[in-house]
Design a protein around this ligand. Structure first.
Ligand code: NAP
Length: 383
């Protein structure tokens, strides 16, 4: 446990309580930067540690990160010293935005050392004891955490994941339809932004004025993850939703925002008006609505016939909404529609943040104290 022990703290992070200290693993990457941005001025969390590869460690965050966002690097992050992946960071929990080549073992190391790990990476998403979480869809899957801790011999640590970026928007839109009518088959074609491939991602000569009809591993993830997300935790295992699901994934020359064209068949006959209404009125529980990053209505329905569009609609609901348009009859299945979601916010950093907020609200976080019983913050780099 690296000289650390854990103690239970007031699970309510608001109402004057001290903020939870967050570390970001993979903080220099494109998802990590979004996390650093979203953590600035967060009411419940403060960023105290950043970690990345040997290329970055020892540098200040401002030196190590090739900053891609429109807002400046948050002041609280600029001078943090980038650490390596040793699980001895001065924080109460970690986000992981690590490259999948290292995420699997690093996340296990941190969980074993007592850190809650809130991950973006694919490595543990389909593990039989790891929640794959979208709070608005399957918050009940958090009941798997004590089973995971018991299976793996973790003390206060655990791993929770968020889905792949194209799955996140799709499942948020499927959820109200599954609840209202039941779902049978889903056929989806994606048009995915280049930022989904990390930095530098797809070479400019491959994507400029072009479409690439292949994203490695993406169709497999889109066909597997919704089954777990829309399925159930039965107390000892996850039971799949049993959907018929086929995905075609394409990379397009758009910076941010994954557009998805979906056809689906419903178990119960429904009119287009009823489908639109179910989407439009989808409302989260009061518990979720009280989380800082949550939207009361996370699905936005547009009536214009040429929307949603990435450039115009990607930031709807601060990037946390799934925007739906073109709800119409499908001559092959029952209904077709187009949806858009921000791959780096709803599909990655914002999704992880919302997961962490739910974990904090439900009392899954603990204050980590060092051997002397004191919390110490990461030292700023000396210049
Ligand atoms: P990225 O821009 O390539 O960033 C990768 C991060 O991992 C960087 O901080 C990098 O640090 C770090 N890293 C790489 N090799 C390392 C090593 N050997 N040891 C320690 N750290 C290492 O990738 P990204 O797009 O942000 O994606 C991060 C994760 O989120 C991936 O697992 C990805 O699949 C997942 N994800 C991405 C999206 C998206 O839309 N982009 C959506 C959902 C999930 P250095 O800067 O020091 O190299």
């Amino acid at each position: 446990m690296s000289g650390h022990s854990s103690e239970r703290a007031n699970p309510a992070p608001h109402g004057g309580a001290k903020k939870w200290r967050a570390g970001v693993l993979g903080a220099t990457g494109i998802v990590g930067q979004r996390l650093v941005q979203l953590l600035a001025d967060h009411p419940w969390f403060e960023l105290t540690e950043v970690a990345a590869s040997e290329r970055s460690s020892g540098k200040s965050y401002a030196e190590a990160a090739r900053w891609h966002l429109d807002t400046p690097i948050p002041a609280a992050a600029r001078d943090l010293v980038v650490k390596g992946l040793d699980p001895s960071l001065e924080c109460d929990f970690v986000f992981s935005a690590l490259d999948s080549s290292v995420a699997g073992s690093a996340e296990e190391d941190f969980a074993r050392a007592g850190y809650p790990v809130v991950s973006n990476s694919k490595n543990h998403r389909m593990d039989p004891d790891v929640p794959l979480l979208i709070p608005e869809v399957n918050a009940a899957h958090l009941d798997a955490i004590p089973v995971q801790q018991k299976h793996r011999g973790y003390d206060s640590g655990f791993i929770v994941t968020n889905p792949n970026c194209s799955t996140a928007g799709l499942v948020l839109v499927l959820k109200p339809l599954a609840d209202a009518f039941g779902l049978e088959k889903i056929f989806v074609v994606t048009l995915q932004a280049v930022s989904g491939a990390g930095y530098p991602g797809v070479a400019s000569m491959d994507i400029h004025g072009n479409v690439v009809p292949f994203i490695s591993g993406e169709e497999e993830k889109m066909e597997a993850e919704p089954q777990k997300l829309l399925g159930k935790w039965d107390g000892s295992r996850f039971v799949d939703a049993g959907l018929g699901l086929s995905a075609h994934c394409n990379r397009v020359p758009v910076l941010d925002g994954h557009l998805e064209c979906v056809s689906l068949s419903l178990k119960k006959i429904a009119s287009l008006g009823e489908v639109r209404e179910a989407l439009r009125t989808f409302e989260v529980s009061p518990e979720l609505a009280s989380l800082p990053s949550a939207l009361r209505h996370p699905v936005v329905v547009l009536d214009e016939q040429d929307r949603p569009q990435p450039r115009r609609d990607v930031n709807a609901g601060n990037g946390m909404a799934a925007v739906v348009g073109r709800v119409r009859e499908c001559p092959l299945l029952d209904v077709k529609l187009t949806l858009l979601s921000h791959n780096l916010v709803r599909g990655a950093a914002g999704a992880a943040l919302l997961n962490a907020e739910l974990l904090a609200a439900r009392g899954f976080f603990h204050r980590r104290v060092n051997a002397e019983g004191e919390q110490s913050l990461a030292e700023p780099v000396s210049r």
